[in-house]
Ligand binder design. Structure first.
Ligand code: ACO
Length: 329
């Protein structure tokens, strides 16, 4: 038995902020942001939490399958910007959705959070432990961005998405294979300095602006290019797939140059690479479900297509997941 994605949806806050918006606040410009990252605009929600972003997507996947909230057995919510430290955002979303039969938890895998959650959920479905798993990935990055730091604030956006995982008897569909990796030495280069148990909030941590994303961009860039390209190539090789066999690469949307390097390593032409970083920026755990949802809505992915998902993020965490698309177009 395999677990297959049977529905997918996404949601982003309505308010759009283009690159020019930053020019009055920090020393930056549209040209730098576009050429270094590929980003043109992003969505921010300065009110509400991550569950407010994800709830419409959760409702939509249920609607697509004609299910009620009570039909969900498990909720895994990947985020690094939960509504609160506790209870989990999975629990908050469960209440808002009315998924009274579901248990669940949050998963903090940063930009790889959705892939970690997808694989974990798939294993739960494949084992027969749960019948239907709701897998969500999303972040309200505006809540941890230092809008005075030009090296980070222009990179991110708010948004997320959801997929429904259900058992399929046809083993050729669904989540086919995965490679997930982690290297904790990455902490030095990408982290949030304060707010956790190591450095609880104080007036000093707030004054020093320690509750925001800290990133050493070049170090992360180098590891991301190698990490994402390696696992994406490896998953093709060990499944004996050539570039012709792969319908889509759905990469984490952190930087267009990292995406290009991954596609080159896989030998994929640009028309097989899902890109929407220009419109959403880096929504951390949200990028991959948003990409999948847009591919589905625009009828660009067909039943039976091989799709390679790939990501790199804080931790470091990275990985690739091979899926065979199971939804009729
Ligand atoms: N506008 C104008 N200039 C800027 C800006 C800006 N917004 N930001 C930085 N610069 C300047 C720098 O200060 C530097 O100036 P200097 O040469 O005078 O010192 C110059 O531009 C070059 O800066 P670099 O950091 O070398 O630029 P780079 O080409 O490396 O691009 C970037 C920076 C976009 C951050 C890139 O390194 C990157 O994408 N890194 C990887 C990001 C990533 O994948 N993160 C993982 C996921 S995120 C997560 O998990 C939460």
């Amino acid at each position: 038995m395999k677990a297959a994605i049977t529905a997918v949806a996404h949601n982003v806050p309505p308010d759009v902020y283009d690159n020019v918006w930053f020019e009055s606040k920090i020393d930056t410009n549209d040209e730098w942001i576009k050429t270094r990252t590929g980003i043109t605009e992003r969505h921010f929600a300065f009110e509400g939490g991550v569950t407010d972003i994800l709830l419409p997507a959760a409702k939509s996947v249920l609607e697509q399958r004609g299910l009620t909230p009570e039909d969900i057995d498990l909720i895994i919510l990947a985020t690094i910007t939960p509504d609160r430290v506790f209870p989990s955002s999975a629990a908050i979303l469960q209440r808002k959705l009315g998924a009274t039969n579901a248990w669940g938890f949050d998963l903090a895998g940063a930009c790889s959070g959705f892939l970690y959650a997808l694989v974990t959920g798939a294993k739960m479905v494949e084992s027969g432990a749960v019948k239907r798993a709701l897998i969500l990935g999303g972040d309200k990055m505006s809540s941890i961005l230092n809008f005075e730091d030009r090296t980070t604030c222009v990179l991110f956006g708010d948004g997320g998405g959801a997929v429904l995982l259900e058992a399929t008897d046809d083993d050729t569909f669904g989540v086919v294979d995965h490679i997930l990796r982690m290297d904790g030495r990455g902490e030095d280069f990408l982290h949030q300095k304060a707010g956790g148990s190591l450095r609880p909030p104080t007036i000093e941590t707030v004054t020093n602006r320690e509750h925001f994303v800290y990133q050493e961009g070049q170090a992360v860039f180098k590891s991301a290019v190698k990490g994402m390209a390696d696992v994406s190539f490896e998953i093709m090789q060990r499944n004996e797939l050539t570039a012709d066999d792969v319908a889509w690469l759905v990469p984490h949307q952190a930087n267009l140059r990292i995406i290009d390097a991954t596609a080159d390593r896989m030998g994929l032409s640009r028309d097989k690479v899902m890109i929407n970083i220009d419109r959403f920026g880096n929504t951390t755990a949200g990028t991959i479900p948003i990409c999948l949802s847009e591919l589905h809505i625009n009828k660009k992915v067909a039943k039976g297509d091989y799709v390679v998902l790939s990501s790199f993020g804080a931790g470091y965490t990275w990985g690739s997941v091979l899926i065979r698309w199971a939804i009729d177009t």
